[in-house]
Design a protein around this ligand. Structure first.
Ligand SMILES: NC(=O)c1ccc[n+]([C@@H]2O[C@H](COP(=O)([O-])OP(=O)(O)OC[C@H]3O[C@@H](n4cnc5c(N)ncnc54)[C@H](OP(=O)(O)O)[C@@H]3O)[C@@H](O)[C@H]2O)c1
Length: 293
């Protein structure tokens, strides 16, 4: 039975990876502050704060595969706290990839679509990153480190993901859905474009990649390009909610710590070509994610 270490298993993506883990897998579930829900008996918990190192323990765990999702993932927090952001997002990723290489383990790193400048969108794997903020820089430098030392490694650039965060903090799409359903206003950007991917589809794609021989960069986004205002309109249309609760805003109307790329939509045709995982369109994904809520 393969032993898989999931870092950040208490997060939005990590929780979905735990839920969708194949039966014949032994999981070591890493967390920092939040003990993840335990969905099965073949699960060993592992606490570590990557601000203070702690990578060496992973050597003793000897995983066959490492899925590295843990990150300081709040873009504005990274901008205000660049030192821990670099320690967690860049240094930890480098050290974990070194460990994976020394153990002969497969390493799957979760990067981000925001490594691009965002001036044209439809980015392919061949396009050059041009990070605009601290978070994107830490991710882009970690990608570079991994790709410059190639071995059994995959760097996934997911698009913005949506759906149920299970026992983690509610995702942006859950917050939007809950506010609209309870008749509360919500501000939504009209000028920041992404290719949102259902978190369950992303988790299924990662599990498929665990047993795949693909190595290198891979864009994993959904099939449609939307801004958040348009996502809100789709939610209103599907669930018969009041779309006048959506307040359109532009990036320039809102004061934020970190600059954001405007259009970091991804071309995910390579992933669609090599993976069997089905990628839901946004309407189908929202119906799957929110119909039971
Ligand atoms: N959310 C998106 O739409 C999106 C889009 C593109 C890429 N990504 C990337 O995808 C990955 C997963 O994102 P997510 O939304 O699932 O993130 P998340 O919900 O914020 O979860 C972050 C995870 O990292 C762990 N973590 C945070 N600080 C840590 C530290 N100092 N030491 C060790 N672990 C620490 C957290 O542990 P505790 O909760 O236990 O403290 C949590 O398990 C991240 O790498 C993110 O950059 C996210």
């Amino acid at each position: 039975m393969k032993k898989v270490l999931i870092t950040g298993s208490s997060g939005f993506l990590g929780q979905n990876l735990l839920k969708l883990a194949p039966r014949n897998t032994q999981i070591i579930a890493h967390y920092c502050q939040t003990i993840p829900e335990n969905p099965g008996s073949k699960l060993e918990l592992f606490q570590a704060d990557f601000r203070t190192g702690h990578w060496e323990f992973i050597q003793k765990l000897r995983p066959d595969i490492i899925i590295h999702t843990a990150a300081m993932a709040d873009i504005d927090e990274c901008e205000s706290h660049p030192v821990p952001a670099r320690k967690i997002n860049f240094e930890t990723t480098c050290r974990l990839s070194d460990l994976a290489r020394s153990l002969g383990s497969r390493f799957i790193f979760i990067s981000s679509d925001v490594v691009f400048e965002g001036n044209r969108g439809h980015y392919k794997e061949e396009d050059k990153p041009c990070p605009l903020n601290v978070y994107a820089r830490t991710k882009s430098e970690a990608e570079r480190y991994i790709l410059d030392n190639p071995s059994n490694m995959v760097v996934i650039r997911p698009a913005l993901f949506y759906g149920s965060a299970l026992d983690s903090r509610p995702s942006f799409s859950e917050i939007m859905f809950r506010r609209l359903r309870s008749g509360q206003n919500i501000h939504a950007f009209t000028d920041q474009y992404r290719t949102p991917v259902l978190v369950k589809d992303l988790a299924n794609a990662i599990w498929e990649l665990v047993h795949h021989d693909y190595c290198g960069l891979l864009h994993v986004g959904g099939p449609q390009r939307f801004n958040r205002y348009e996502m809100g309109l789709v939610l209103c249309w599907i669930f018969n909610l009041d779309s006048s609760l959506l307040i359109p805003v532009k990036s320039s109307d809102v004061q934020m710590n970190a600059p954001r790329p405007l259009d970091c939509s991804l071309d995910s045709s390579r992933a669609a070509g090599i993976l069997k995982t089905h990628f839901s369109d946004f309407e189908e994904g929202c119906r799957l994610a929110f119909s039971e809520n």
